[in-house]
Design a protein around this ligand. Structure first.
Ligand SMILES: [Zn+2]
Length: 345
């Protein structure tokens, strides 16, 4: 996990602790104004320790007796406090810290008996952060549990669909390959994914399913449409030379993020596209992938042949060499979904 994320998460915990403490002070102020005696009792509890410490130093009584007496005194004061709170209609724990996560008291770490380990809330925070960082609002119902092959025809029609098998058989095979991709994500031998096919055949959905699965496993994801990607590159080219403090995180992420999704390749305006850059991205990521996961999913509405007209031949041969190529086929799912929401099938 990169240091940036750790620093952000650390700040978030500090913020949570501070807001729990601020909330406690607010509640204290409110209760003190209603029950002034409570403030005296709290002050007494706070000074108890000092008083008994002095007694301990004076050595007139054995230490264990002093400690016992201190404990008794504090318990007594706490009981009075509870009675006062109850009498005024407050819950007994009203003046306790309210943590966002009581398990770790908003520190992010819990004691497991042999040392400290990350709390479940820490992991959750990393995942939330990765969702935000992906540059794409991943939609909650775009994960494999919402996958439904019934949206794809079971009829074989090579002329209509351009594939030898039925769209349903085809999509099930693609789904299995995607699940394998997720499971083998750490393996340098696992190839990238290239999705081509007409609009509405589920390419972006499938890419999101893979992204969700990987985010849940703690990987870093960056989603970019082709035009966003080339904009980021263009902006970097222009601004990084002019501005001393230019933040090049987005640009660097394109090369370093564990999964890069390039959606709708070929739809960017030709003036934005930098084909040499695309080749550099693919080559750099391929080299990075040898030592750590650095994989790419490309989706496009246009076939490889057409892409060859748009892009340099070297880009295409890189795709052929390093990507598993999947052709999506079928009717436009968005149309089918609209229809089926009116007429249940
Ligand atoms: Zn926690």
């Amino acid at each position: 996990m990169n240091r940036n994320i750790q620093a952000i998460i650390k700040r978030e915990y500090e913020k949570r602790q501070k807001s729990a403490y601020d909330r406690l002070l607010e509640k204290e102020a409110e209760v003190y104004s209603k029950i002034p005696r409570l403030r005296d009792i709290d002050n007494e509890i706070k000074t108890c320790g000092i008083r008994y410490n002095k007694m301990l130093l004076a050595g007139r009584k054995p230490a264990y007796k002093v400690v016992e007496e201190l404990q008794r005194k504090i318990d007594e004061l706490k009981n009075i406090k509870k009675e006062l709170l109850a009498a005024a209609g407050y819950p007994l724990n009203y003046l306790e810290m309210e943590y966002f996560c009581p398990r770790c008291k908003d520190t992010g770490f819990v004691d497991n008996g042999t040392g400290s380990e990350k709390c479940v809330c820490y992991r959750q925070m990393v995942i939330n952060f990765l969702y935000d960082q992906s540059g794409h609002k991943l939609i909650e119902n775009e994960n494999f549990s919402f996958f439904n092959e019934k949206y794809y025809s079971s009829g074989v029609d090579k002329i209509k669909y351009g594939i030898e098998v039925s769209p349903r058989e085809n999509i099930l095979a693609i789904k299995n390959s995607c699940l394998r991709f997720v499971d083998n994500f750490d393996s340098p031998a696992e190839k990238n994914l290239f999705f081509s096919g007409p609009t509405g055949t589920g390419k972006t959905f499938m890419a999101n399913c893979v992204a969700m699965e990987l985010i849940n496993r703690g990987y870093t994801i960056l989603y970019q449409t082709a035009s966003m990607l080339f904009n980021t590159i263009n902006e970097y080219r222009i601004r990084s030379f002019r501005e001393m403090d230019y933040d090049d995180t987005d640009y660097k992420n394109i090369f370093e993020v564990e999964l890069l999704i390039i959606d709708d390749l070929g739809t960017e305006s030709p003036s934005d596209a930098r084909y040499a850059e695309l080749l550099t991205i693919l080559n750099t990521r391929q080299i990075n992938n040898l030592s750590k996961p650095c994989k790419t999913i490309i989706s496009t509405n246009i076939g490889l042949k057409k892409l060859q007209e748009y892009y340099d031949e070297r880009v295409i041969s890189r795709i052929i060499g390093c990507f598993n190529i999947f052709r999506f086929a079928g009717e436009d799912i968005r149309g089918i979904k609209k229809l089926s929401s009116k007429q249940p099938v």
